[in-house]
Design a binder for this molecule. Sequence first.
Ligand SMILES: COc1cccc(CC(=N)NC(=O)c2cccnc2OC2CCNCC2)c1
Length: 389
Amino acid sequence: QQHKFWETQPVGQFKDLGNSTLPEGPIEQPTPLSEVKQEPYNLPNLYEWTVCDMKSDEVCNEVYILLTNNYVEDDDNLFRFNYSKEFLRWGLTPPGYFQNWHIGVRVKSSKKLVAFITGIPVKIRVRNEVVQMAEVNFLCVHKKLRSKRLAPVMIKEVTRRIHLENIWQAAYTAGVFLPTPVTTCQYWHRTLNPKKLIDVGFSRLGERMTMSRTIKLYKLPNSTSTRGLRKMELRDVPQVTRLLRNYLNRFIVAPTFDEDEVEHWLLPQENVVDSYVVECEETREITDFFSFYTLPSTILNNQNHSTLKAAYSFYYVTNRVQLMQLMQDALIIAKRDDFDVFNALDVMENEPILKDLKFGPGDGQLYYYLYNYRLNNVLKPSELGLVLL
Ligand SMILES: COc1cccc(CC(=N)NC(=O)c2cccnc2OC2CCNCC2)c1
């Protein structure tokens, strides 16, 4: 009853767990495009579908307002993700995107935007198979329209539009347990601004810890330590692409990025994404890089602060530099750029260095899912090289 909708979908079902006779790979075969439902699913009477042109400042602003007031909150309802307009435009318009996968629901009478869901195209390798998938994200229903069963019809509608482009698999994450995660990630936070994080209730003063001792504990050097570290530039795209494609091959599930995608996802954009490369002084070659994206959160009821400035670890490659040192430099740069906290999942090679870099475990999990693709074994987070926005 609890997963009424997901039990009707081609996703790993709990009842199939342990049944290793089922083959790994697509669960349902593609259907001929002529047999895909041509018209949109029905919405409750008062509502209508709309396509959101994220390059329109007006529409992007409507999406921004909807998400700012109604998107994901932490378990204690102290914070709510506050994706910026420029972040949403960046995150939803990669090379080859489909505008009609940016789906909104409006009230017919007032034209008010009250729900949203998106897909973007992404090539994901699962073991040795590169599969053209969609990354589904930003599912949001206005707080006043919850439990009207709108989410299932939005998921079916974005799935229908993805099918119409002859794409049959998808990847998504959620903070809730659904049938059936490919992996369960733990999130971690590295305090950069301890006083503010304690003021707003994000962290608590440790036992037998004073504020001044806590400030000292999280203090970082003023300058980075990696020789040749500098901001990524357009001219670095070919080398970063080669490095990243090769590095991601070590994971069981990971995206495959071409140069256009690396340019889109990793070229620094202020208040959106930041990337730093390590250039070898002798050879001028790029040997390592890291990146993080900017995702603030609204602080829901605090007198002194309204926004939590958070950096989220994105993609990186290490060749010459230890990940520990690379991430320490990322922390130093984030602190210098006035971030309050640096977040990371225990994916890729993060887990072994989190504790030493003074990350603390978050109070929740992030589950990764594949749609219409069965994996016979649940993955360890360290076998996953995919980071979603
Ligand atoms: C601090 O403000 C928050 C506001 C809303 C939710 C959460 C907790 C949470 N759910 N965090 C994460 O999902 C998370 C923690 C570390 C790294 N990436 C994350 O999520 C990313 C990737 C999935 N889409 C949201 C952003 C925190």
